[in-house]
Design a protein around this ligand. Structure first.
Ligand code: C2E
Ligand code: MG
Ligand code: MG
Ligand code: MG
Length: 287
């Protein structure tokens, strides 16, 4: 059914398919079929309050199991969706599934969670995006005040006036905005105070060597301080070790996400875990 398999190579050790740009258009037809069949799924990754260890939110991450290629990396099929004009449909499918999953989590846990979804720049500037988003939320019964839209730095770049205006409008309905992968671009540090932004997700590259390099630590401390003064909640991304979590906690980082705190998982799996910590946080247990 597809010849894209011919070009695909399994990424070493990760069990995911990484694609060069050439076979991507071969995939768009398969992605269209997958969207028609409801085969694009969602994994949820916990976002944790570092002070208490409680899960306060989840990020929805798109998942696609291709019949021949296996699990395709989101960065690959998101690019395919953007290039082939399917990103709006994909975003809508992910949002619907994510809301249903988050409602299920809330029922199982008996407490509210925030839901973060990723929005591509292309999707955001599409005519009527905000109207459709709000209609979907109303239809599935997810409160706008518990939704966080994650956009990357380039989307909140000064030149993206349409995107900025749309985000500002959505915020007026109680939807929050997060700058994703912060620190991987250069544009927004000087503009943080004027951006329509509630959360900043510190890219996981900041955590590399953070526990061993005083300079790295200083940068993270300064960014956390800046965000705190601006009233922006920081989420540290890619927390993989207990040392990183302990350091971030000591620096006053409010929120974190990463393999240490919980891997992306289907809602049924996540619902089985405890949302509230009943024992001491890991570094205190370790003594
Ligand atoms: P992102 O929004 O920054 O999502 C976080 C990515 O980091 C996820 O990769 C997650 O699995 C991974 N991650 C989480 N904790 C750790 C950790 O401790 N260590 C490491 N090494 N990685 C960690 P994933 O699921 O492969 O998604 C990649 C990117 O694809 C996302 O980055 C996001 O930009 C995009 N994406 C995923 N789902 C969607 C979607 O529904 N719509 C759009 N537009 N983009 C999406
Ligand atoms: Mg994200
Ligand atoms: Mg991110
Ligand atoms: Mg990132």
């Amino acid at each position: 059914r597809t010849d894209s398999a011919l070009y695909a190579a399994k990424a070493a050790g990760r069990g995911r398919t990484v694609l060069s740009s050439s076979p991507r258009h071969g995939l768009s037809r398969d992605l269209l079929v997958a969207l028609d069949d409801g085969d694009v799924g969602v994994a949820l990754q916990p976002i944790v309050d570092l002070a208490t260890g409680d899960v306060v939110g989840v990020e929805a991450l798109a998942r696609w199991q291709h019949a021949e290629l296996g699990a395709v990396a989101p960065t690959d099929f998101i690019a395919v969706a953007e290039e082939s004009g399917l990103i709006g449909r994909l975003g809508e499918a992910v949002l619907r599934q994510a809301c249903a999953d988050a409602l299920e989590l809330q029922r199982r846990w008996g407490r509210p969670v925030d839901l973060a979804v990723n929005v591509s720049g292309r999707e955001l500037v599409d005519d009527g995006y905000g109207r459709r988003l709000r209609a979907t939320l109303a239809e599935v019964g997810w409160p706008p005040t518990q939704l966080v839209l994650e956009v990357t730095e380039s989307v909140v770049d000064a030149s993206q006036l349409v995107a900025l205006r749309e985000l500002a409008r959505l915020r007026s309905f109680g939807i929050r905005v997060a700058v994703d992968d912060f620190g991987t671009g250069w544009s927004s540090l000087s503009r943080l105070d004027e951006l329509p932004v509630d959360h900043l997700k510190l890219d996981r590259s900041f955590l590399t060597h953070v526990t061993s390099s005083p300079r790295r630590t200083a940068m993270v401390r300064a960014l956390l301080g800046l965000c705190q003064e601006l009233g922006i909640d920081t989420v540290a991304e890619g927390v993989e070790t207990a040392d990183q979590a302990a350091l971030l906690r000591s620096l006053g980082c409010p929120l974190a996400q990463g393999f240490l705190l919980g891997r992306p998982a289907p809602v049924a799996e996540l619902a089985l875990t405890a949302p509230v910590r009943t024992t001491a946080p890991p570094e205190r247990r370790a003594g």
